[in-house]
Design a protein around this ligand. Sequence first.
Ligand SMILES: Cc1ncc(COP(=O)(O)O)c(C=O)c1O
Length: 382
Amino acid sequence: MNERSFDPVRLLRQAEPIDPYPVEPSDDEIAEQAGIPTASVVRFDMNTLAGGALPGAVKGLRSYHPDRLPEYGDQGLRELRRGIAAAIGVSDRRIVPGAGADELIRLLTTNVVGPGDAVVIATPTFAMYDVEARLAGARVVTVDRERPDRRQPAAQLRRAAMEAGARLVWLCSPNNPTADRFSSDEVREVADGLDAVVAVDCVYQEFAEASAGTAAEGFSLAGLQEELPNLVILRSLAKAYGLAGARVGYLVLHEALADRFAAARLPLPIGGPSEAAAIGVLADVATARARHREVVHERDRLAGELESRGWHVLPSETNFLLCRPAMGLVATEIADGLLATGIVVRSYLGGQLVDWLRITVRTADEDDRLLAALDAVLAGRE
Ligand SMILES: Cc1ncc(COP(=O)(O)O)c(C=O)c1O
């Protein structure tokens, strides 16, 4: 074999690369560009939990002794599954944990679709449903909103799923980035009797509950699974429980599917320290919920501040805001101006959201820093 002409890429299943999830610049890179210490960088682009680690996470992590590192840990993830089950009021038999929602999007996609199968995705939304569908060789059918500030009719999604003969339909509720939610009636309208798995990504559910002032799990879709066995629920401890760095998520499934997914998952997707942190936060849901209420309160203040500057801010049931800067301002220019001061917001280079920015709600002090930087960037343009 002539090594020079041998192209190892042709050994891959797919001839063409797929567009990956973009790798964001690191805090170190941003700090270096801005000429500030790394600790001064504030990420308003990741939708993570404001206010630092929850006490339960710290306690859980401290309970993990380094002596345990040479061993694998419990492949049944029994204590974690029991902790999740107790927190959300669902039998642990229906819980399949994974390394963040991201890993579970892959697990779900590869177990449901293969080359040529149709995956319907309600867009604009989180990018990984599309990435994983393409990696699996599936055919992606996107159902765009008419406009980012118009809700997506369930009937339209249902129709698209039927027309495409979809095997998998993705809804995100509350949706990243539009910050609105499908009601359980709307989920039913999409899923009822459909010959497809309907996956609902609920990683921001806890913030929606805090927004509405419902009890914990007030917006849970788990009860619907009795009626709709094709409904799969995706949750995460990354956002509402402040464990983005630990990588812990879970699926809630009808029992028949749960057994199959439990058999298909990696033997030990979650590392011991992450598992311990997760068990720790789940043991203290009340403190997490108090934090969610603070975030929601601060979100409404931040929205008011942006609106008072003439910005259009969409109603949010999450810990982030999707907003369109005041007339005459270019969203990407604002994002670049803020980035130069170490403040990172999410902008969009093309598509429906090109005029919009997504801003994670952080602490009042951090949000004030954002507002001051914003005012300075805008004053600099005049
Ligand atoms: C809607 C949505 N789903 C899933 C994820 C990924 O969650 P995790 O960190 O648990 O992988 C994100 C992260 O931004 C998200 O916004």
